[in-house]
Design a protein around this ligand. Structure first.
Ligand code: 26Q
Length: 803
């Protein structure tokens, strides 16, 4: 990294501000200061960035390419400064000029090119690949509009476009010289030219894919990787083919919007086109770059690993085959061997409605040659199993069935590795959802429990707590998060516990100020801050949380003098625009919030805050201030979860079902330091098998539950005539698919235990400390190191001295 001193930084910053905007520091707007700072920061790592990728080729290093249709990096400024080792110097330098890093940082618009967990995981992995010194690249789409901006109007979610590029994004560099052509649509015929079968395309659209590269700075290791996002443009030679605005739109729209549905598959042709577009562009650029290695294509899997993040880039398998066959003229068998050795696939869900299946006709429309290749892979797969497995097995597992292409089957058959994202999730894949494939290819299956970028989620987001940790165990944890474990030695040290409590309190004061400023709601930092932040989905059961809140409210109305520790319930959640039920839950939460926050008998004993537009930057404000982390999905439904890890790392205690990575959190902190409740995996699977669950029984037999549910339909909660009935019906008439009523009593009981525990602050802080100390096990640095060793077979740089 370029060396810097405070003096040099101040000089450089002023010089660039004057050059770029002809302004003095005191006259510049925050966005001008921000852009200037970006240019200083970029100049600090640009030499290393160039060296990093050149060294890969020079040293014949194997590289991984992480293909993901979503990346959710959030803001890059502070995280880059931290990783470069420049944070303190720049913060002080800015202060010397009368400026604040915090304020300038707020001028950065979040890069929100993802929906939630899967996209954020991809970005945590990018940070960790670089920080582990690994040769790793991202490959994705540069959407013109990020995930919609959420507003509430009368309690309803409204979606506004997220035009994140209006100010330009100066972290990325457009590389016209590395553009590739992607062919889509038209027809294809194979002709035998005497040497091989040559595909002849007719009437295909040629789309120019232009890469925008962003440097991903490793943590103090002089290593900068690349995240490459593709934009779709009309090639200069093809301008005449697109004479009208609508024609041009057809191309430009390809990379215009991110699909806002998560955990719910929708078979839209534009989505399929996006999938092929970034897959083809990425694979073409990899094969082109491989030439620099001067090695034969029959060895490409020794130098290239390609990772398929969920099935969205599953066409990687067919596109790689297409290039090896049609352009490089390898034999099928040789090409197939290289493909399987190169590809690996992560599954992120077991929910049937989220599994991608595309009609053959759609694939044919998007890329007829790719369909041909998939059909041939499928034919050979069935042929190979014929006689070895019964017909039923073959029909169940083949790629094409009933006119549909199953993308998960393509990814599994075309990869040497298939992994789940938490122990329980992998177990469910092996025993249940993908059991046939597990039987067929047991060696391909493995678990890689998710992890998080501890640098962003603790060092950047929570400087107060970071300082306390430094003072207690030194700073080594900043390089190796497992060292956080040393905190456990101080579990009974009252001084340390008090300091942890003070850091939390000061973060809660900050969040309370923010809430006041954003919503006008006044909350007390002495209340329990109880947090649920994640996409809004029925299986995540925000509704269970809401029923618990309504119960507390009704109890307080019965007995307003009741002594209780004040509670503040904070929600952050976006619903997919087409997900009607999720939007109804948002409306109900907002109306319950209105009712409670404006009821004078409640005073400040209970407050409900639903913050708008949840995303990475808002998460960085909320998480450090959390006391309680709600991880209450129906067991088996949440593949892993990652907000559970972020909250634990920041000293929140988890209220959890035995689902996803919650189980591993429990295993690390022990039963005394987490609040577990509810149905287990086996209970849920049993109910789903024997259909013995009748939600109405729980309503009929529990007067408390009756009263809470009636509040949704009898006017107690105002302004939800429609939504209240919808929710009531979903729980009672449609038999409560996610067992909300079944888990209600256990949940209430557990929340009572939480409040009792909180009353003894020292005991509470001890549990917080144990959670922080054990969160190091969920570092994405370790997760990625396992992918590198066990799946990708890539090696790290020799570590350099921290700067
Ligand atoms: C698919 C087809 C068409 C349109 C949209 C989609 C689509 C988009 C996004 C399907 C799924 C997603 C996102 C899924 C996701 O975020 N899954 C989460 O992944 C996390 C990281 O592994 C886990 O921690 C969560 O448990 C899982 O829900």
């Amino acid at each position: 990294m370029k060396k810097i001193t405070q003096e040099k930084f101040v000089h450089e910053f002023k010089k660039r501000l004057a050059e770029k905007y002809a302004l003095d520091v005191k006259d510049a707007a925050p966005s001008e200061l921000y852009q200037t700072l970006v240019s200083v920061v970029k100049s600090g790592y640009s030499d290393i960035w160039r060296n990093t990728w050149k060294d890969y080729v020079k040293n014949d290093e194997k590289q991984v390419y992480y293909f993901s249709i979503e990346f959710l990096p959030g803001r890059l400024l502070k995280s880059n400064l931290l990783n470069m080792g420049w944070y303190d110097i720049v913060e002080k330098g800015l202060k010397e000029m009368g400026l604040s890093l915090d304020k300038i940082s707020e001028a950065e618009v979040d890069m929100a090119l993802g929906n939630g967990g899967l996209g954020r995981l991809a970005s945590c992995f990018m940070d960790s690949l670089a920080s582990d010194g690994l040769p790793g690249n991202g490959n994705g789409i540069r959407y013109k509009y990020g995930l919609f901006k959420q507003k509430f109007v009368d309690g309803y979610q409204i979606e506004l476009p997220n035009e994140w590029l209006t100010d330009g994004n100066n972290w990325a560099v457009a590389r016209e010289s590395k553009a590739v052509d992607v062919l889509m649509g038209g027809q294809v015929h194979l002709i035998d030219n005497g040497k091989y079968l040559e595909p002849i395309y007719e009437g295909a659209d040629v789309i120019k894919a232009v890469p925008y590269d962003t440097g991903i700075v490793g943590y103090r290791n002089d290593h900068v990787n690349t995240m490459r996002l593709w934009d779709a443009q009309i090639p200069a030679t093809e301008e005449v083919k697109y004479p009208t605005i609508e024609d041009r739109r057809r191309v430009e729209d390809l990379t215009s919007v991110l699909y806002p549905d998560d955990s719910n598959y929708e078979g839209r042709i534009l989505r399929l086109k996006q999938e092929y577009f970034f897959t083809s562009a990425g694979i073409q650029s990899i094969v082109r770059h491989y030439k620099k290695y001067k090695k034969p294509l029959t060895k490409i899997s020794d130098y290239v690993a390609i990772h398929i993040n969920d099935t969205h880039p599953a066409m990687c398998v067919a596109e790689f085959m297409r290039i090896l066959l049609d352009e490089k003229h390898l034999d099928w068998e040789v090409a197939w061997e290289q493909t399987v050795k190169t590809m690996s696939y992560t599954n992120h869900t077991i929910m049937a409605e989220a599994l991608e299946k595309w009609p053959l006709e759609m694939l044919e429309k998007v890329q007829p040659r790719i369909l041909q290749i998939i059909q041939e892979i499928d034919r050979r797969y069935a042929l190979e199993l014929a006689g070895k497995r019964d017909q039923d097995f073959i029909d169940r597992t083949r790629i094409i069935k009933d006119g549909m292409v199953k993308m998960a089957h393509l990814a599994i058959i075309g990869s040497h590795s298939v992994n789940g994202v938490a122990k329980l999730h992998t177990e469910l894949l092996e025993d249940d959802v993908l059991h046939d494939f597990y039987e067929l290819y047991p060696e391909r299956f493995n678990n890689k429990t998710n992890g998080i970028a501890v640098r962003r989620w603790l060092q950047v987001a929570n400087p107060e707590l970071s300082k306390v940790i430094d003072q207690t165990i030194g700073t080594k944890w900043r390089f190796d998060t497992k060292k956080l474990k040393e905190l456990e030695k101080y579990a009974d040290d009252k001084k340390v516990l008090k300091k942890i409590g003070q850091a939390k309190r000061s973060n809660k004061v900050k969040l309370a100020d923010f809430i006041k400023q954003e919503t006008g709601i006044v909350v007390s930092p002495d209340a329990i801050f109880d947090i649920q932040i994640k996409r809004l989905h029925a299986y995540k059961r925000q509704l269970l949380n809401l029923l618990g809140i309504v119960k507390l409210y009704l109890d307080l109305k019965d007995d307003p003098k009741q002594k209780m520790i004040p509670r503040v319930f904070i929600f952050g959640a976006k619903a997919a625009p087409s997900y009607h039920y999720a939007k109804s839950i948002i409306k109900c939460i907002n109306e319950v919030a209105n009712l409670i926050n404006n009821d004078p008998t409640i005073k400040d004993k209970l407050k409900v805050v639903f913050l708008e537009n949840y995303g990475v930057s808002l998460a960085e404000k909320i998480i450090p201030a959390a006391d309680v982390s709600e991880q209450i999905s129906t067991a088996t439904k949440e593949a892993s979860g990652t907000s559970n890890m972020k909250l634990m790392l920041n000293g929140a205690l988890t209220v959890a079902t035995l689902d996803g990575a919650n189980i591993e959190i429990k295993d690390h902190v022990g039963d005394d330091n987490i609040f577990i409740f509810g149905l287990t995996k086996d209970d849920v699977l049993q109910y789903e098998k024997d259909h013995s669950y009748h939600s109405a029984d729980y309503y009929n037999n529990d007067p408390v539950l009756q009263r809470v549910l009636n509040a949704f339909v009898d006017g107690t909660i105002p302004n939800i005539e429609v939504e209240g009935h919808e929710i009531f019906d979903s729980l009672l008439r449609v038999n409560d698919e996610f067992f909300v009523l079944r888990d209600f009593e256990a949940y209430i009981h557990t929340k009572e235990k939480v409040a009792q525990t909180y009353a003894d602050q020292l005991a509470w802080q001890k549990k917080c400390l144990i959670n922080i100390a054990n969160a190091g096990y969920f570092s994405a640095d370790d997760t990625v190191a396992k992918y590198a060793a066990e799946i990708w077979d890539i090696k790290a740089d020799q570590p350099t001295e921290g700067t």
